[in-house]
Design a protein around this ligand. Structure first.
Ligand code: PMP
Length: 309
């Protein structure tokens, strides 16, 4: 489907994406003053149903981001679920989809404006990774420092935060890499530009704490739970840069990234340079859970679109 025919939900109405309006003088346009969530929906062929993954947790994070930026989300969680249902149904999507749900400061105001806050909900078809051949990335350690809680809290999902990611991404691409890995102000591994990072060392799955300049990732939380289900030892601890070069596995995790193996860092190959055993196992488990094909396990993470419970 082309962009031209995509329908989105904007200010309570279903409109063609290109007809949604934002004031060019608005704080969202000028300063990236918005908070948003990227929420995945997975199609189950068996159930003939599209499941929204961990909607409640995404909405909780949205309200928290808004609180820190002094904004009021002009809709309740129930209204936002209705908006998602309405716009997915309007587009007739029966396939894996990523939903962008954004609250932005519109109107002619400065960066200190607190309103008017408007919203859009935009579902965009996006396929899940192929478990048997997920994309594998060549990463570099960015020379740009990750934003920190001392300046732009990384646990807030605000548009402007992503400019930090952009600097890292541009540098990585300029130097022939796919993606950057950021070090935080404390000199320790933080996260990627749009995903958190997990590593495997000495048989343990390790994650930097979320106080190490990382978003409080819902996917990370999911994978830690699934690792526990599978008996994979997990520990949250500070990770040094040099451990990236010695790790047995490294992968990005996120709603968009799902589980994406990193097979080299600064041209040093991670283990045998292929997607690792634990990454592959977790990706398989994750997609089974997300698409409701895991025999009812963690069913409370799924909200059906079409049967509208
Ligand atoms: N860090 C950043 C900067 C992100 O943009 C994302 C994607 N939302 C993540 C981590 C992963 O978070 P989640 O698993 O909640 O999608």
């Amino acid at each position: 489907m082309s962009n031209a025919s995509r329908l989105i939900w904007n200010r309570g109405r279903i409109v063609p994406a290109e007809s949604a309006m934002v004031n060019v003088l608005s704080p969202t346009s000028q300063f990236g003053l918005n908070v948003f969530e990227g929420i995945r929906c997975y199609w189950s062929e068996a159930a003939k149903e599209l499941f929204v993954f961990r909607l409640g947790d995404h909405l909780t994070r949205l309200y928290q981001s808004a609180k820190l930026l002094g904004l009021e989300i002009p809709a309740t969680p129930v209204q936002l679920l209705s908006a998602i249902r309405e716009v997915v149904v309007a587009n007739g999507y029966r396939e894996d989809t990523a939903v962008r749900l954004t609250a932005y400061v519109d109107g002619e105001g400065s960066w200190s404006a607190t309103g008017p806050v408007e919203m859009f909900v935009a579902p965009i078809p996006k396929r899940r990774h192929d478990v048997n051949s997920p994309p594998c990335l060549a990463a570099c350690v960015s020379t740009w420092e990750r934003i920190s809680d001392r300046c732009l809290p990384p646990r807030v999902k605000a548009g402007a935060n992503y400019i930090n990611g952009r600097y890292g991404h541009l540098e990585a691409r300029r130097n022939g890499y796919d993606v950057p890995i950021f070090i935080g102000h404390d000199g320790k591994v933080a996260e990627g530009a749009g995903a958190c990072l997990l590593i495997v060392r000495k048989g343990e799955l390790l994650s930097p704490p979320t106080t190490c300049s990382a978003l409080e990732s819902i996917t990370r939380d999911t994978l830690v739970t699934l690792a526990a289900d599978k008996g994979i030892p997990f520990r949250e601890r500070v990770i040094d840069r040099s451990e990236l070069y010695l790790a047995d596995e490294i992968f990005f995790v996120g709603s968009a990234a799902e589980v994406t193996p990193i097979t080299s860092v600064d041209r040093l190959v991670v283990a045998d340079g292929k997607a690792g055993r634990i990454a592959t196992l977790l990706l398989r488990e994750y997609l089974a859970i997300c698409s409701g094909e895991a025999g009812g396990r963690h069913r409370d993470w799924l909200t059906p679109i079409y049967s509208g419970e």
